[in-house]
Design a protein around this ligand. Structure first.
Ligand code: P6P
Length: 324
């Protein structure tokens, strides 16, 4: 059993030892993400001083204004993941096409990531995060990304907040590691995370209320009547981490403005759903399990409802008209 304070690298290696046939490739893959995360954390902490605030003048595939720290974080992730040699292909929110790094030609894995999720929070010093999803390389083409989220080998996120926490799963539960900047190590702070069966928090952008399906409006109205409180940071990593720790529900639904919602499946919804389900929660589009969706392209969007089992089950009953 891992003890509190164990550093992430030792934890990764101890997990590897549980698999006699492990080659160490996944360990090296995770450690490459860890290294990039430490550097991103240092730059996020310095964002106000390092003159890398403000708009880069670029726009990403979704036409969204790209912050310079987004570009920096994406370039850093690409460099560390490529240099590790463990990844045959990289897909990123900030890159229109999949990248096949020269050094990764023998890589066993592929990785999809959002290098700096919630980047609109950068300039106002509110939480941002990095999200990653690791799959096996199969055909060695873009199609390797177009598989169900349930096939993920590992997924996780790094939340750059009051402290920096690295949360991940390889399908054997969820563990969280908090960065001790004085020694530059992620230390086990949240062993074997389990999401509360039911919460008292809902996290959704209510400015879209009038664009929602009326059954969703009814669900949220009922939560208020039951005394749930609203919390919304506008960064998926921060809002989902809160639900993971305290319970409740996070939602980014489809609406009349966004027919498929706003969040991207392979590098936002799918990795976060894997974490939530590994911690005992549920993740759905409102019609199907998120981890069962087979994407048709790497930037595909999906509605997202995830969180405590009882809360999501009640949401599903309401959306199906079985609860009024
Ligand atoms: P809205 C951040 O831009 C993001 O992609 C997610 O991190 C977050 O959950 C969502 O968009 C916030 O969107 O429309 O509420 O600002």
């Amino acid at each position: 059993m891992a003890e509190l304070g164990m550093d992430l690298n030792r934890f990764i290696l101890e997990e590897e030892r549980r698999y006699p046939n492990a080659t160490g490739s996944l360990s090296l893959a995770l450690m490459a993400i860890e290294s990039a995360a430490k550097i991103i954390a240092a730059h996020v902490r310095m964002a106000g001083l390092a003159d890398i605030l403000g708009q880069s003048g670029n726009r990403n595939v979704h036409g969204e204004e790209v912050q310079r720290l987004d570009l920096f974080s994406n370039d850093l992730m690409v460099r560390h993941l490529s240099d590790s040699g463990q990844f045959f292909a990289l897909a990123s929110e900030e890159m229109e096409e999949v990248l096949f790094p020269e050094k990764g030609r023998n890589g066993k894995y592929i990785i999809a990531f959002d290098p700096l999720d919630g980047s609109s929070n950068i300039d106002v010093n509110v939480n941002v995060g990095t999200i990653f999803s690791i799959h096996k390389k199969v055909k060695g083409t873009v199609e390797d990304f177009l598989v169900e989220g349930s096939a993920q080998i590992a997924s996780g996120y790094i939340l750059y907040g009051t402290s920096t926490i690295f949360v991940y799963t390889t399908g054997n539960g969820v563990n969280g590691f908090t960065l001790d900047p004085s020694v530059g190590l992620f230390l086990l702070s949240h062993p074997d995370i389990k999401i509360p069966k039911k919460g008292k928090i809902y996290s959704i952008n209510e400015s879209n209320y009038h664009n929602w399906d009326q059954r969703l409006q009814r669900y949220v109205d009922n939560l208020k009547a039951k005394g749930y409180t609203s919390r919304y940071a506008g960064a998926m990593v921060a809002d989902v981490h809160r639900v993971l720790i305290k319970g409740g529900v996070f939602a980014y639904p489809a609406d009349t403005k966004n027919q498929k919602g706003k969040l991207r499946l392979i590098y936002e919804a799918s990795p976060m759903s894997f974490i939530i389900e590994q911690a005992g929660g549920k993740a759905t589009t409102g019609n199907e399990e998120i981890l069962k969706i087979k994407p048709s392209h790497i930037h595909e969007k999906t509605p997202v409802f995830l969180g405590s089992r009882d809360d999501i089950e009640e949401l599903l009953l309401t959306m199906r008209g079985e609860v009024t």
